[in-house]
Ligand binder design. Structure first.
Ligand code: HEM
Ligand SMILES: *[C@@H]1O[C@H](CO)[C@@H](O)[C@H](O)[C@H]1NC(C)=O
Ligand SMILES: *[C@@H]1O[C@H](CO)[C@@H](O)[C@H](O)[C@H]1NC(C)=O
Ligand SMILES: *[C@@H]1O[C@H](CO)[C@@H](O)[C@H](O)[C@H]1NC(C)=O
Ligand SMILES: *[C@@H]1O[C@H](CO)[C@@H](O)[C@H](O)[C@H]1NC(C)=O
Ligand SMILES: *[C@@H]1O[C@H](CO)[C@@H](O)[C@H](O)[C@H]1NC(C)=O
Ligand SMILES: *[C@@H]1O[C@H](CO)[C@@H](O)[C@H](O)[C@H]1NC(C)=O
Ligand SMILES: *[C@@H]1O[C@H](CO)[C@@H](O)[C@H](O)[C@H]1NC(C)=O
Ligand SMILES: *[C@@H]1O[C@H](CO)[C@@H](O)[C@H](O)[C@H]1NC(C)=O
Length: 330
C-alpha cells in the first residue's frame, strides 16, 4: 500500500513538469482563440469612457449616427469576421467594402470612428484594435438609445485586407425571404432566434427608398394605408428619389425598444426582410409575438445574440495587427 503510494507520487513528480507545460499550452490555445471582457483592463481602461463620450458628442449633432454605427459592427462581423475590414478605405492593395452594394451610399459614421480612434490612440498608443472599438461603440450606441447593456468581449485584432465581393456575398440584402435570412445567419454560426432578435436593431435608424421600394409596391403582406403613405415620397421608378429616408421604426426611431416587433404584428415592417419575420412561419411568428409583448425578454436575448455575433471569427494572437488608423493597414 505504502509502496504503491510512493510509486505514484514519484511518477507524478517525474511527469509533473510535462503536465504543467501541457496544461499551460492548452490554456494558451484556449485564451488566444477567445475574447475576454477584461482584455484592456491594465493596458487601456480609458477606452470605455472615451467611446462613451465620443458617442455622446456625435449624437448631439446627429441623433441617427449611433444607429449607423451599430450597423457598422454587424457589417464588419458578417464579412470574414469582426476584424475592422469595413473601415478600410480603397488603397493600392485594398478594394474597400465601403462601396459594396449593401454599404455604398448607406454605411455611415466612419468619421465618428476616426475621431474616437484618434482619442484612444492618444491615451494608449497602438493598443486597442479598430474591430474592438466598433464592438464597444455598438454596445454604447444601443445604450445611448435606451436599450440593453452587456459586457463587451475584447481582444480582436484588425485585418490587413478588405473584400468587397465577400461583403456583397455575405451581408444580407432586404430582398431575402425567411429561409434566405435564416441560412444567411446560419452561414455565420448564428441561429434562427439570433436572426429574429438581432433584426430588432431595426428599432432604430433609417432606410432609403431604394431599400424598401419593392416591399411597398410589390408585396401584399403590408398594411395598405402604410404602403400608400410611403409611396407618396418614394416613387415606384428605380433611380428616382432613391435616397429618400424613412425610419425603420415609424413611431420611436431614436428609442431602442420593442416597437419594431409591434409594427410587424400590424404589417408595418418597412423592409421586405422585416415583414418576413411575421408572415406565417410559426417559429418566427411566435418569437415576434414574444418580443412584441415582452421587451425585457427582447433586451436579454438581444444582448446574448450580439455578443455571439461579436465572436464571429476574430483575429487573435499574432494574426492581423492593431491598426493605428482604422482606414488603412499600418
Ligand atoms: C436580418 C437581416 C438584415 C437585413 C436584410 C438588413 C437590411 C438593412 C437595410 C436594407 C437597411 C437600410 C439601408 C439603407 O437603405 O441605407 C438597414 C439599416 C439598418 N440596419 Fe439592418 N439588416 C439586417 C440585420 C441587421 C442587424 C443584425 C443589425 C444590427 C445588429 C442591423 C442594424 C441596422 C441599423 C441600425 C440600420 C439603420 C442604419 C442607419 O440609420 O444608418 N441590421 N438594414
Ligand atoms: C454633423 O452631422 C452631419 C450629418 O447629419 C455631418 O454631415 C456633419 O459632418 C456633422 N458635423 C460634425 C461637426 O460632426
Ligand atoms: C501590396 O501587395 C504587394 C504584394 O502582396 C506588396 O508587395 C506591396 O508592398 C503592397 N503594397 C502596399 C502599399 O501595401
Ligand atoms: C457607389 O455609388 C455611387 C453613387 O451612386 C456610384 O457612382 C458608384 O459606382 C457606386 N460604387 C460601386 C462600387 O458600385
Ligand atoms: C473575397 O471573397 C470572395 C467571395 O467570398 C472569395 O471568392 C475570394 O476568394 C475572396 N478574396 C480574397 C482575396 O480572399
Ligand atoms: C426563398 O427564396 C429562395 C431563393 O430566392 C427560393 O428558392 C425559395 O423558394 C424561397 N422560399 C419561399 C418559402 O418562398
Ligand atoms: C419556418 O422557417 C424555417 C426556416 O426557413 C423552416 O425550417 C421551418 O420549416 C419553417 N416552419 C414552418 C412551420 O413553416
Ligand atoms: C415589382 O415586380 C415587378 C415584376 O417582378 C417588377 O418588374 C417591378 O420592377 C417591381 N417593382 C418594384 C417597385 O420593385
Ligand atoms: C422626389 O423628391 C423631391 C424632393 O423631396 C420631390 O420634390 C419630388 O416630387 C420627388 N419626385 C417624385 C417623382 O416623387
Amino acid at each position: 500500500m505504502a509502496y504503491a503510494e510512493l510509486k505514484l507520487k514519484l511518477k507524478l513528480k517525474l511527469y509533473s513538469p510535462y503536465l504543467i507545460v501541457l496544461v499551460l499550452s492548452l490554456s494558451l490555445v484556449i485564451i488566444q482563440g477567445r475574447l475576454s471582457t477584461n482584455f484592456y483592463a491594465s493596458t487601456c481602461p480609458c477606452v470605455f469612457p472615451i467611446v462613451k463620450e465620443g458617442i455622446k458628442e456625435a449624437t448631439m449633432n446627429d441623433s441617427r449616427v449611433a444607429a449607423s454605427l451599430l450597423r457598422l459592427h454587424f457589417h464588419d462581423c458578417f464579412v470574414n469576421g469582426c476584424d475592422g475590414s469595413i473601415l478600410l478605405d480603397d488603397g493600392p492593395n485594398i478594394t474597400s467594402e465601403k462601396t459594396a452594394v449593401p454599404n455604398n451610399q448607406s454605411a455611415r459614421g466612419f468619421e465618428v470612428v476616426d475621431n474616437i480612434k484618434a482619442r484612444v490612440e492618444k491615451a494608449c498608443p497602438g493598443v486597442v484594435s479598430c474591430a474592438d472599438i466598433l464592438a464597444i461603440i455598438a454596445r454604447d450606441s444601443v445604450v445611448h438609445y435606451g436599450g440593453p447593456t452587456w459586457e463587451v468581449r475584447l481582444g480582436r485584432r484588425d485585418s490587413l485586407t478588405a473584400n468587397r465581393s465577400a461583403a456583397n456575398q455575405f451581408i444580407p440584402p432586404p430582398s431575402l425571404n425567411l429561409s434566405g435570412l435564416v441560412s444567411n445567419f446560419q452561414n455565420q454560426g448564428l441561429s434562427f432566434k439570433d436572426m429574429v432578435v438581432l433584426s430588432g436593431a431595426h428599432t432604430v435608424g433609417f432606410a432609403r427608398c431604394v431599400s424598401y421600394r419593392p416591399h411597398i409596391y410589390n408585396d401584399s403582406n403590408i398594411d395598405p394605408t402604410f404602403a400608400q403613405s410611403l409611396q407618396a415620397t418614394c416613387p415606384g421608378q428605380t433611380g428616382v428619389n432613391d435616397t429618400i429616408l424613412q425610419p425603420l421604426d415609424l413611431q420611436t426611431r431614436f428609442c431602442f425598444d420593442n416597437n419594431y416587433y409591434q409594427n410587424l404584428l400590424v404589417k408595418k415592417g418597412l423592409l421586405h426582410s422585416d415583414q418576413q419575420l411575421y408572415n406565417g412561419n410559426t417559429t418566427s411568428d411566435s418569437l415576434v409575438k414574444k418580443y412584441a409583448t415582452n421587451q425585457c425578454q427582447f433586451f436579454k436575448d438581444f444582448a446574448k445574440s450580439i455578443v455571439k455575433m461579436g465572436n464571429i471569427k476574430p483575429l487573435t494572437g499574432n494574426n492581423g495587427e492593431i491598426r493605428l488608423n482604422c482606414r488603412k493597414p499600418n
